[in-house]
Write a protein that binds this ligand. Structure first.
Ligand code: GLN
Length: 470
């Protein structure tokens, strides 16, 4: 009831596309009965959760924030959604996002931008010399980061305790950092993608947004494991993710990648990054500078691979099988073209166009195959660092704290999003686990997060270190 009332109170944040109030209340009643009998379903029985609107939910509209899928009601649940339900989680609703999860701001979906709850904190408003929320024109608000900004706003505004995001190049960690939350990107293959509407199949993972590391570990424990419906999931049985309380970090080796000190990094984030490294060092951990020499290629490489996979993935939206279909009936080709013109926004259309360019017969070797090779070099950089004895890498998550919406849309949005992902994208290309943890508030009173990156499938160790740090 409290979460539902928070959803109503914070409707202006635009965090939810669909609120499943009736269903949530019904599930809550069932849950209460189970508790009364002393038989809760599982770890999440009665816990309100929200789900990004690019996960298929049976009988609940799933839009991907796009005109193309408005009105589309999937006939099945994504595996991760089903796993949450099997543990008794209560679904509060489906959350807002950039169209098809393409973006870093949650400003680009057809349902409008998501507002960062921190825009309305007393401290921030005083610093900006704004009147308390509700008393003046509301134009000076901050973006959440993205593309899972709706999920981040939903958790941050206390409308639920955990939310699913997706993370292809940083979309869970980025909004987590900018909304003061924990954001987990599991190892590729640890959590099923079945029913997550794909952006880049070779990089997508379901992500988790919570208020603390322990909560994230519980959810990850529920989600992790083999799924016969996703052949890229690991076969090995997954141990439960119960995090020990680490008291001694003196055996840890923390790597600080020198290439991540980029000129665009804000001085505040940089000084918190140093402070965090010093903290580990002062408690006896070994903190060393490491090199990930191919970092500077990562954004360009990501974009060639991302758009190429997008060009292929988006072919399924032809007006026949899912969602939107235009009224034109002169020819099938004309119907496809008009449907796609009406259905997709500029960002999606731009990526389809670039991807098809890279995949042209005459360009395939020069761009696509080359990018695959660069991707391997980027992944090997991490392998080399971990083989040299480093346990986890410590990096910033984002270049700065959340920025005002009006500033964000001033610049070329796509160029800006591309730069924003500098610390997160390489991790997806390498398939590694990573977590963003809130570190401190900036001078403006806004949250800043730092990222830990772990060895492949050492998610538990990664979360344990993050918990110590938290
Ligand atoms: N910002 C990146 C992109 O637009 C990553 C998005 C994501 O992780 N879903 O591709």
């Amino acid at each position: 009831q409290k979460c539902l009332s928070m959803i109503k109170k914070t409707k202006f944040l635009n965090a939810y596309i669909t609120v499943t109030e009736e269903e949530a209340l019904k599930q809550a009643e069932e849950s209460e009965k189970r508790y009364a009998k002393g038989q809760p379903l599982g770890d999440l029985d009665g816990i309100p959760v929200a789900i990004k609107d690019n996960f298929s939910t049976s009988a609940i509209e799933t839009t991907c924030g796009s005109n193309m899928l408005k009105g589309y009601v999937p006939p099945y649940n994504a595996t991760v959604v089903q796993k949450l339900f099997d543990q008794g989680a209560l679904l509060m609703g489906k959350t807002n996002l950039d169209e098809f999860a393409m973006g870093s701001g949650s400003t680009d979906g057809v349902f409008g931008p998501v507002k960062n709850p921190w825009s309305y904190s007393k401290q921030y408003r005083e610093k900006r010399k704004q009147k308390p929320h509700g008393e003046n024109e509301d134009s000076d608000w901050l973006i959440t980061g993205g593309s899972s900004g709706g999920s981040a706003a939903a958790v941050s505004a206390f409308t639920c305790f955990a939310a699913l995001g997706s993370d292809t190049g940083g979309s869970t960690r980025n909004p987590a950092a900018q909304c003061g939350l924990v954001g987990v990107k599991p190892s590729y293959g640890l959590v099923s993608r079945h029913g997550l509407i794909p952006l880049v199949n070779s990089m997508d993972v379901p992500g988790i947004l919570t208020r603390c590391v322990d909560d994230a570990a519980v959810v990850l424990g529920v989600l992790a494991g083999h799924d016969p419906k996703d052949s890229t999931t690991i076969q090995d049985p997954v141990k439960p993710f119960l995090l020990p309380s680490l008291t001694d970090v003196s055996k840890l080796c923390i790597g600080i990648p020198k290439e991540y000190l980029v000129p665009e990094l804000s001085s505040e984030v940089q000084s918190l990054w140093t402070k965090a490294a010093d903290l580990f060092e002062s408690r006896g951990a070994k903190v060393i500078e490491v090199s990930l020499p191919h970092t500077s290629y990562s954004i360009v490489c990501y974009h060639v691979l991302c758009t190429s996979e997008v060009a292929s993935n988006m072919a399924r939206f032809d007006g026949l099988e899912y969602g939107h279909r235009c009224d034109i009936d002169v020819s099938t080709e004309a119907m496809y073209a008009a449907t796609r013109r009406e259905g997709f926004n500029d960002v999606v259309r731009g990526r389809i166009l670039s991807g098809n360019f890279f995949l042209l017969k005459e360009n395939y070797e020069t761009y696509f195959i080359k990018a695959q090779k660069v991707r391997r070099l980027i992944a090997n950089d991490f392998v080399n660092v971990f083989n040299s004895g480093v346990d986890v890498l410590l990096t910033p998550t984002t270049l700065s704290e959340a920025v005002p919406y009006l500033e964000f849309i001033k610049e070329d949005n796509r160029t800006r999003s591309a730069q924003d992902d500098i610390f997160t994208q390489a991790v997806n290309m390498a398939g590694l686990p990573a977590i963003s943890v809130p570190m401190a508030l900036s001078n403006q009173g806004l949250p800043i997060g730092l990222q830990f990156i772990g060895r492949a499938f050492c998610d538990q160790q990664l979360l344990t270190v993050a918990k110590w740090f938290e």
